[in-house]
Design a protein around this ligand. Structure first.
Ligand SMILES: [Zn+2]
Length: 359
């Protein structure tokens, strides 16, 4: 046998062992733009997902089934009954158990694909914390529900050069764009003045939201991430996709003509959100009739219930304590955040927390 024939034999043997190793992903790598080489890249990839509610939980499941190497999931919230209509990773039992979404998602995802390393982080995405989450990841998926956090992600992306995939949904409509710093327009290119002021734009509280558009937009986000990870950079276009499932409307706006050199963020190097200049201390949570308040120091969750005589303890576990006080529910997390349910006025929420928890 000639050397060349031996080499051929070796390489076909290698290929068949790779095929075997990736057999569970066969239908995916048979798709030519992915291929076996792309599947191997996926196995080595690391994805950061910020927000594991509607978009995030759907995206997480798709990423894990596709065989990414690792997935870091950041979420600040716990599950509620009205999440189940669209957040298809979760069950009724998860709502009853009262664990944070990030931990619940990690448990479910590990059962779907044990090969993926999952890192749940129960925390708010703030300018103080976001830096280390971007370390050694290939791409970031936006699973948030607010523009403040998206502008923070956009700053961190422009700072690190790591691309991110934006999506937002309201009613039956969804929007999506992929930001590759230095290559495609960033979020600030599109919205030079930053996020709309609170109360200025409709929210899913007022306008409602369909589970179907969530799945469409999360699918687009994950496909964009797959393109990036397997290295098909030409397939990523500078476009804003706008889809309305109810009117069957489909638009794709070419953003390639935006004057990127005028953008203070991606061209000018300004980092208003990452520097903390545009940070807020209390946040009205979209779709939740709730306000989040941050305590100055992290509380001791073990002793907390006994220290508040006026409170009834509804849930107490390793991650959070939920108390009923003055017709409100306060959910206190280990990292010092308190979600005040049944309140939309930040000042009233802060004073309630100060009265009962001290701050
Ligand atoms: Zn820009």
């Amino acid at each position: 046998m000639s050397d060349a024939a031996a080499d051929d034999g070796d390489s076909s043997q290698r290929e068949s062992s790779v095929e075997q190793r990736f057999s569970r992903y066969e239908r995916q790598w048979r798709y030519a733009p992915i291929g076996l080489a792309g599947q191997q890249r996926l196995r080595q990839s690391r994805v950061l997902l910020i927000g594991c509610g509607a978009l995030g939980s759907v995206a997480a499941e798709l990423l894990v089934r596709a065989g990414v190497g690792s997935l870091r999931i950041v979420d600040r919230d716990f599950l509620e009954w009205n999440n189940l209509q669209r957040q298809s990773l979760y069950t009724e039992e998860d709502v009853r158990r009262g664990w944070p979404k990030a931990v619940t998602a990690a448990e479910r995802l590990a059962a779907i694909n044990h090969e993926v390393s999952i890192e749940p982080i129960v925390a708010d995405a703030t300018w103080e914390r976001i830096g280390p989450w971007f370390e050694s990841v290939d791409v970031v998926i936006d699973g948030t529900d607010n523009f403040e956090t998206r502008f923070l992600i956009n700053d961190a992306s422009c700072q690190t050069g790591i691309p991110w995939v934006f999506a937002g949904c309201l009613g039956a409509e969804g929007q999506s764009m992929t930001i590759v710093p230095g290559v495609t327009p960033c979020l600030r290119c599109l919205m030079p003045d930053g996020p709309p002021a609170a109360g200025e734009s409709p929210t899913c509280d007022s306008a409602g939201i369909l589970g179907t558009i969530i799945h469409v937009m999360a699918s687009i986000q994950v496909t964009e991430a797959l393109k990036w990870i397997v290295g098909d950079r030409d397939a990523i276009q500078p476009r804003l996709s706008v889809i309305d499932l109810w009117t069957s409307g489909l638009r794709s706006l070419d953003l390639g003509k935006l004057p990127r050199e005028a953008c203070p963020t991606c061209a000018g190097g300004e980092r208003l959100w990452l520097s903390g200049e545009r940070a807020s201390q209390s946040v009205v949570l979209c779709g939740r009739n709730s306000v989040q308040v941050s305590l100055p120091t992290a509380p001791d969750l073990d002793t907390l219930p006994s220290r508040i005589a006026s409170a009834r303890v509804l849930v107490s576990n390793a991650f959070l304590v939920r108390l009923r006080v003055e017709d409100h529910e306060l959910t206190v997390f280990r990292d010092g955040r308190v979600i005040v349910s049944g309140e939309t006025d930040p000042a009233a929420a802060r004073s309630l927390v100060a009265r009962h928890l001290g701050m």
